[in-house]
Write a protein that binds this ligand. Structure first.
Ligand SMILES: Cc1cc2nc3c(=O)[nH]c(=O)nc-3n(C[C@H](O)[C@H](O)[C@H](O)COP(=O)(O)OP(=O)(O)OC[C@H]3O[C@@H](n4cnc5c(N)ncnc54)[C@H](O)[C@@H]3O)c2cc1C
Length: 474
């Protein structure tokens, strides 16, 4: 049972954090009370923005004593409503954005310690100055923070080669629900002290405490990269291409994104200054990127692979970026899909994964199942084919009132999509997490054993349900 914060507790926070770190002003709070997609709207008693780990610990201790609920938030770019408080107005929004210091960058050891509020794009730029690269990127990089990325175990477009946040997080510092500070930042290669708290916090979505900093693995800045935009017939052909390229030059293969023509079309319609890399229309495109030491070697390897794929009739058309600028333009098309799709109007977004080899089957079969059950429903899949992860979106029939159609059929549509993914041995959440959006469907469709373990961990660490209540598990 949680309580609203008393007036005296709010005064204590105001004194502790000062005017930069505390506000009850509705205008200040408003942008942070709705999620990026505009699907979830909440209210909060106040927004707290601590600047140090010590301040976070004090806030947590006071909230634990008074049994007040906290909703941690980073850049608010999450896709599952995880950072949006409920509508009671009794919860406190805990923004980590002021904790935005990169504590150190260790060039020789190829690691950096960054606080929770460091924005991903700023982190990329900072480590680049040391000749290093943080090999995780995504469309929300201008707002997503290290704390949010850790807490959602974010993926993105380079997971194929470098792994998701869980792989790249070498250590964490976190404030636990009783207000104690867990200092696990040391990047130990071996550490067998029982359960791995670092891994537990990766993907915990703020339900087990507050991540205040992380030690992150870096790689040398790749001096060369080659990017190709490829027109292709089908997801099956894309998978065959992936297998060929992976077998021949897998060490350099860093990105392999699948994009249907309808997504490209939406980007061209809604995002200014974008243009199609290939003039002819193809049903699907692959955005492929290699990164490595030598521009010439990469270029030759890529040309050879794509020429033989063209000869074999596996691909229809190819453009290789001639400059970094052109390569950025290709990526901009990919990274703008979510924004363009948001502009297209209401839709149901599903971030699912299945074993890579089964992905073409999912992409082609699911729309058929959907149209049999829901006449006129339009499905499109795009994303990280190499990771067995696509974003599978369902739009209402063209002539339907979109909002009303989604209200009537949305839950059943999502159940059909998720059941199909599970039938193929997949997951209802590949990289976005569960949040409030998938909490009930996880409980309904996923294994009772998983649910019971998740609940047991939650009960053990946060028995009063003060941390991000209503998200992930109840
Ligand atoms: C255009 C666009 C493209 C995207 N593409 C991708 C993609 O390719 N792959 C991908 O994985 N994601 C993608 N995302 C989703 C999003 O960027 C990630 O989920 C990101 O990790 C969220 O970071 P954030 O700082 O915005 O977290 P928020 O949205 O603020 O929070 C996300 C969750 O983490 C919790 N949280 C935040 N900070 C902390 C903390 N310090 N301690 C404890 N809990 C915390 C919140 O309570 C919430 O549950 C995309 C988003 C956008 C807008």
């Amino acid at each position: 049972m949680t309580h609203p914060p008393s007036a005296s507790l709010l005064d204590t926070f105001a004194n502790l954090l000062g005017s930069k770190g505390f506000s009850v002003d509705p205008g200040v709070m408003a942008p942070w009370l709705t999620d990026w997609r505009g699907k979830y709207h909440g209210r909060a008693a106040a927004i707290l923005s601590p600047a140090t780990t010590g301040e976070v610990a004090s806030i947590v201790r006071l909230c634990a004593e008074a049994k007040v609920a906290l909703v941690p938030q980073g850049g608010n770019s999450g896709m599952v409503g995880g950072a949006t408080p409920d509508t009671s107005g009794e919860q406190l929004l805990l923004s980590l954005r002021r904790m935005n210091r990169i504590r150190h960058i260790e060039a020789a050891g190829q690691l950096a310690v960054a606080e929770a509020g460091v924005i991903l794009e700023n982190f990329h730029n900072a480590v680049l100055e040391h000749g290093l690269r943080f090999p995780l990127t995504l469309g929300g990089k201008g707002s997503a923070t290290i704390g949010g990325l850790v807490s959602t175990n974010a993926g993105g477009t380079q997971v194929l080669r470098h792994g998701s946040m869980r792989t790249l997080t070498l250590g964490i510092e976190a404030v636990l629900p009783d207000g104690s500070i867990f200092d696990g930042l040391a990047p130990l290669k071996k550490d067998n002290r029982g359960y791995d708290l670092r891994h537990l916090f990766c993907g915990a979505e703020g339900t087990l405490g507050i991540v205040t900093a992380a030690s992150l693995r870096l790689v040398p800045a790749a001096p060369a990269r080659r990017t190709a935009w490829i027109g292709i017939d089908s997801p099956d052909s894309a998978l065959l291409l992936l297998r060929r390229v992976d077998a021949a030059i897998g060490r350099e293969l860093e990105g392999f994104e699948l994009i249907p023509h309808s997504c490209l079309d939406a980007v061209l319609r809604h995002i200014p200054q974008t243009r199609a890399p290939i003039t002819a229309r193809h049903p699907w495109y692959v955005l492929l990127e290699l990164a490595g030491e030598s521009d010439q070697t990469l270029g030759e390897a890529l040309e050879q692979q794509l020429a033989s794929a063209l000869d074999a009739g596996l691909v229809r058309d190819v453009v290789i970026a001639k400059s970094d600028r052109e390569s950025e333009d290709f990526w901009r098309l990919r990274d703008s899909i979510s924004e363009a799709e948001r502009a297209e109007g209401p839709a149901l977004q599903h971030d699912i994964s299945v074993p890579v080899d089964l992905m073409p089957a999912f992409i082609t079969e699911n729309p058929v199942r959907l149209s049999l059950a829901f006449a006129g429903a339009r499905a499109l899949s795009f994303g990280h084919l190499g990771d067995g992860n696509v974003h599978h979106h369902v739009q209402p029939p063209v002539d339907a009132d979109g909002v009303a159609w989604l209200a009537e059929h949305g839950e059943a549509v999502s159940r059909l999509v998720y059941s199909h993914a599970l039938e193929l041995g997949g997951s209802i959440s590949a990289e976005h997490g569960i949040g409030q959006m998938k909490r009930d469907i996880l409980a309904e469709l996923d294994s009772p054993a998983r649910l019971s373990a998740l609940r047991g961990i939650k009960d053990g660490l946060d028995p009063d349900r003060l941390f991000n209540p209503g998200k992930l598990v109840v």
